[in-house]
Design a protein around this ligand. Structure first.
Ligand code: ZN
Length: 384
């Protein structure tokens, strides 16, 4: 089945002051061109059209997907549950931390004949709250181990060691460095209490590097390091079934948020485009993403996502040409967004500006723009 039309319009819901960081999917600021993928998760896709939560689905004799609801336009995370040789269950991702999410996860596990106490291990694709959020409750209830890539584990660990206020201050400083006024930065970041949940996320007890096999008996899940959306984002290639668990790296409809952060890598968009190229030709039997629906056609979808970012890079280069000496904060106002720029505020504006900054950094890495340097760098076309 071909589904060719992007759904726009639910790209951004109203900004709420209680929305924490690390939840970048909660508000899309910058939708990719429509996905034209071969939808295999037809029940998921139909539920989407009905604005309903999709069903728990059995995907293979020993593999299930369990939708765990979350606020915002993405609506749910698909948790994947694996029956293990020797008994017990393994999970990929856990869902957004909330009582509603916990109920959905535990009811979902019960509906497949298990329970949260059967979980032996949790693979977490990346540190964002909709993926790692419920991991601590799962660990408490089951004693399961939690595994992540060390680059994301490091970020989670550094958050866990920090007071929420220090965490908020670091983000304010980062935005000022991108050209925000102190008042704008403080208003957009919001009160430090918003950060509390993020300083309490589960610190993983196992690390998975690129190429490692996950310790889920009966399965051959190989970690594929795909930095970009986060520094330690992992996909998993299942070598027995040919399934590809994509996390947020490749989604069928929207492009994952690629932003600079105060704790991130210097060139996240460069990382992301490299990570797309690295998975493009894996030719999996099916792609199982963390949001939206399962699909086939990984190469085509990675090409679309790459083209989307190249288009934005070209638009940004024009903006730098027309407005030399601008900060990322100023440049963001000159780009095309899905609503008028002056309606952007708070978390939505942070995502937009840090996405713009990620694109500026890649233009700089390509030698197309140069920075003034200093505490608040401005950007100008490179003389070539
Ligand atoms: Zn996500």
């Amino acid at each position: 089945m071909r589904r060719g039309t992007a759904e726009t319009g639910d790209g951004e819901d109203g900004a709420t002051s209680g929305t924490p960081p690390w939840s970048q999917e909660r508000r899309r600021t910058w939708l990719a061109e429509c996905g034209d993928v071969d939808v295999t998760g037809t029940a998921q896709h139909e539920a989407w059209q009905q604005k309903a939560l999709p069903p728990v689905e059995q995907l293979r004799p020993d593999l299930w997907s369990i939708p765990v609801p979350m606020g915002g336009p993405l609506r749910y995370v698909s948790v994947y549950a694996f029956a293990l040789d020797g008994g017990g269950l393994g999970l990929i991702d856990t869902g957004w931390e909330s009582d509603e999410g916990w109920t959905a996860l535990t009811d979902g596990l019960a509906s497949i004949g298990g329970g949260v106490g059967d979980v032996r291990g949790v693979l977490v694709t990346h540190l964002h709250f909709d993926h790692l959020g419920l991991a601590e409750r799962v660990r408490q209830a089951s004693g399961a181990w939690i595994a992540m890539h060390p680059a994301d584990a490091e970020v989670v660990g550094s958050m866990a060691r920090r007071e929420p206020a220090a965490f908020a201050d670091a983000e304010v400083e980062f935005l000022i460095g991108l050209g925000a006024s102190p008042d704008e930065a403080r208003a957009d970041v919001g009160p430090a209490e918003n950060m509390t949940a993020f300083t309490r996320m589960a610190v993983p007890d196992r690390h998975l590097e690129h190429g490692d096999l996950a310790d889920l008996p009966g399965w051959s899940l190989r970690a594929v390091h795909t930095p970009g959306h986060t520094p330690g984002h992992l996909c998993f290639s299942e070598e027995r079934t040919g399934l590809f668990f994509a996390g947020d790296h490749v989604l069928p409809r929207i492009s994952p948020n690629i932003s600079s952060t105060h704790s991130g890598t210097p060139d996240p968009l460069g990382d992301y485009l490299d990570s797309l190229a690295a998975v493009r030709d894996l030719d999996p039997a099916e792609v199982l993403p963390a949001h939206e629906w399962r699909f086939r056609g990984l190469a085509d979808r990675t090409d679309q996502l790459t083209a989307h970012h190249e288009h934005r890079l070209a638009e940004l280069l024009d903006a730098v040409r027309n407005h030399p000496g601008s900060t990322p904060w100023q440049l963001a106002a000159h780009l095309t967004w899905s609503r008028p720029w002056d309606q952007y505020e708070r978390r939505m504006r942070i995502f937009a500006v840090t996405e713009t900054d990620a694109h500026v950094r890649l233009l700089a890495a390509r030698g197309l723009v140069t920075s003034s340097g200093g505490a608040v760098p401005t950007w100008t076309l490179a003389v070539r």
